[in-house]
Design a protein around this ligand. Structure first.
Ligand code: PNS
Length: 160
């Protein structure tokens, strides 16, 4: 089975990587798809997010990194892949995730969303939290791979 793991990945964290590794083990092929949304500016450009994802998944031969613009349901048609992977960290994720899964299935009934429960180590972890700690000069080395840590330090050096 093939699947798409869509997200912002601004930037990829160990929480994302855990989902990618676990999903990749169960799948023939996993496409990690970064949303390119010009109206929602992130810290990293889409190209930078892709580069970081490529770097941290290079040990996973059945994982491909790509990006998409517009609706995920249109991207699913383009890739001819209708299974979505999403991580669930806590009950607080549930409402948003359920809404997305239902909307995507309404837009295209072929789309199914499969949820992987986050490892408890990463249940509190998000890209936003990591960015906040990085911006405030805290230690966030246990939340992201080294290459992401360096990239974040680089972004915040000298302040934003
Ligand atoms: O990592 P995120 O920010 O939680 O990922 C959210 C994402 C990118 C999966 C979601 O916002 C998305 O699919 N956006 C594309 C637009 C779309 O298809 N919207 C309708 C379904 S919610």
């Amino acid at each position: 089975m093939n699947a798409i793991y869509p997200g912002s990945f601004d930037p990829v964290t160990y929480g994302h990587l855990d989902i990618i590794e676990r999903a990749a083990k169960k799948l023939d092929h996993l496409i990690v798809a970064v949303l390119n949304n010009p109206s929602k500016k992130g810290i990293f450009t889409v190209e930078e997010r892709i580069d970081l994802l490529v770097e941290v998944t290079k040990h996973l031969p059945n994982v491909e990194i790509d990006f998409f613009s517009g609706l995920l349901s249109d991207y699913a048609v383009k890739k001819n892949c209708f299974t979505m992977i999403r991580g669930l960290r806590a009950v607080s994720d549930f409402e948003y995730e359920m809404q997305m899964a239902l909307v995507n299935r309404k837009l295209n009934p072929k789309i199914e969303t499969l949820f992987l429960v986050s490892d408890s180590k990463y249940a509190f972890l998000s890209s936003s939290i990591v960015k906040e700690i990085a911006q405030l000069n805290g230690n966030f080395s246990c939340f992201v791979p080294k290459v992401v840590e360096e990239a974040l330090k680089d972004k915040f050096k000298g302040g934003l």
